[in-house]
Design a protein. Structure first.
Length: 530
């Protein structure tokens, strides 16, 4: 043996490339076996495992169409939301992965017939569909893309055409299922029934309105009532005016009667005083005759002659008579009918006639007022009935138009749902993949990488778990004694001394396995060589 002196009592414990290579040489059999097994397995997998094809599709959730909230009003209330929430995206993802949708895809594509183990057991269609559904769910990758309204769906299969067909059917069934989920079932039928019911009510109300119009005053009773009330007001005013005129005429009659009692029937229209010319002329002629007679007598007789005296007396009497007649003139008086009396009498007669006419007019007007009042009351009642009929007809028409509009909205919604004009759109149609996602070379390459990693890891693990001391640094670290020398150990030395690769526990010396060095250590009492 050749001793290798050391300058220090201990050696460095750092791991060098030589140490790592030493691990590989010590466990090369394990490395070769592990590497070969993994590579062989990868080759077998690449040979027997068919190529995998992956098809893609993307769905977009949008708010271009919002179904209105059904209300009793004419206008449907619509609650608009500008963005699709994360909860809605997750809900659509869950709907895509639901058993109902996947089961329909399985049945549509016939995936249950591709089960390998179905030939080795009793036929059970439901079990085949359930297993195919589970396999489809495992092969599907459904995820909502971050910060978008898109849902990405990926499906892997060994048949590229089947991968594309599965995603196409999945899109169709999902969109149909989405329409069914968000559709208000029975909406069109309900509005159709209600529209027909209100149509019948409207027809009945219109028929009642026609029958009412055939009655007296049934055509526009409110208008006739207004006209009747207008005429009633006119005749009421006329009646009041007539009664006022009657009161005035009656008072006029009383006044005229009083005045007629006070006025004379006839009045003196002409009063004339004059002398009696004929009498005066006769007296004067007599006086002249007497004077002539006296004169004649005086020519014959003395004034005292009785005959003259007699004539004198006659003359004196005649003169007295003429004087008396002069003081008493002749009065001539003319009378006529009193015009005031006649006017009062005429006015009285006229007033009495007017009063009688006014009484008759008041009685007739009172009858007409009573008639118009009765007609107005009757027309008021008919107006109320007519308004009720109009309200019923209007309500029936409004309800019919409302539910007809709602029925059309429901029909349009159903038509749009059937046409798939929905808030879900396919933005990326699945196509038949031409290049497989996993080829045999990629499997073999991946197997090589795994084989290298696994064999290296196995060698390191075996070396770590091996209790043997293989390097001087391990000796120093393990025994904590000075190292005097290290001699390389070869397999050819297995027959010499204690070089059997076993570990000796006496006095601190150690011999390693194959390729382990023989070390010479110094014990606390002196030097010992191994």
């Amino acid at each position: 043996m050749i001793e290798q002196p050391t300058t220090n009592a201990t050696t460095s414990s750092t791991i060098s490339v030589k140490d790592i290579l030493g691990i590989g040489f010590r466990h090369k059999r394990m490395i070769i076996m592990c590497f070969s097994a993994i590579v062989l397995g990868a080759v077998l997998v690449a040979v027997f495992l068919p190529a995998s094809y992956k098809a893609h599709t993307k769905l977009l959730l949008k708010r271009e169409r919002v179904d209105p909230v059904i209300t009793p009003g004419q206008e449907a209330s619509v609650v608009m939301q500008s963005e699709v929430s994360e909860e809605e995206l997750n809900s659509e993802v869950e709907l895509l992965e639901s058993d109902d949708v996947l089961r329909q895809v399985v049945v549509k594509c016939g995936l249950q017939s591709h089960n390998t183990w179905r030939w080795f057991r009793k036929a059970d269609p439901e079990a085949d569909i359930a297993k195919a559904t589970a396999q489809l769910r495992a092969s599907l990758t459904v995820e909502a893309l971050v910060k978008t309204d898109l849902i990405s769906v990926t499906y892997s299969s060994d048949d590229p055409q089947k991968a594309a067909d599965v995603l196409k059917n999945l899109n169709d069934i999902y969109i149909r299922q989405n329409a069914e989920v968000h559709r208000t079932h029975g909406q069109y039928k309900f509005f159709d029934q209600e529209a027909e019911r209100y149509k019948a009510e409207l027809k009945e109300a219109e028929q009642q309105l026609k029958q009412f119009a055939t009655q007296r005053g049934g055509v526009a009773p409110q208008v006739e009532r207004d006209n009747t009330l207008a005429r009633l007001a006119e005749f009421t005013a006329t009646l009041e005016q007539t009664r006022t005129e009657m009161a005035a005429t009656e008072q006029k009659i009383h006044t005229l009667e009083k005045q007629a009692d006070k006025l004379p029937v006839r009045i003196t229209t002409q009063l004339r005083e004059s002398d009696d010319a004929q009498l005066q002329q006769s007296l004067k002629a007599t006086l002249m005759t007497l004077e002539l007679k006296r004169t004649e007598l005086l020519t014959k007789y003395q004034p005292t002659y009785p005959l003259v005296q007699e004539v004198e007396t006659q003359i004196a009497d005649t003169r007295a008579a003429i004087a008396s007649e002069a003081t008493k003139p002749v009065r001539e008086q003319t009378t006529d009918e009193n015009p005031s009396y006649q006017y009062v009498s005429t006015e009285l007669l006229k007033a009495r006639a007017d009063f009688s006419a006014e009484q008759a007019r008041a009685a007739a007007t009172q009858t007409i007022v009573a008639m118009y009042r009765a007609d107005a009351e009757q027309l008021e009642q008919k107006g109320l009935v007519h308004q009720d009929l109009l309200r019923a007809q209007k309500a029936g028409e409004d309800n019919f138009l409302l539910y007809q509009k709602k029925r059309e909205e429901a029909r349009m919604a159903d038509a749009l749902d059937e046409s798939r004009i929905l808030n879900v759109a396919v933005v990326e149609q699945p196509f038949v993949p031409a290049v497989p996602v996993s080829s045999p070379w990629s499997v073999i390459g991946f197997g090589l990488i795994i084989a290298i990693i696994a064999s290296t890891s196995a060698a390191l693990a075996a070396d770590y778990l091996d209790p043997s001391l293989r390097t001087p640094s391990e000796v120093v670290d393990e025994l904590n004694i000075p190292l005097l020398a290290a001699v390389p150990y070869h397999r050819s030395m297995n027959s010499h001394g204690n070089g059997n690769g076993s570990k000796h526990n006496g006095n601190g010396s150690h011999s390693g396995p194959s390729d382990s060095p023989v070390v010479i250590t110094e014990v606390a009492t002196g030097k010992q060589r191994l």
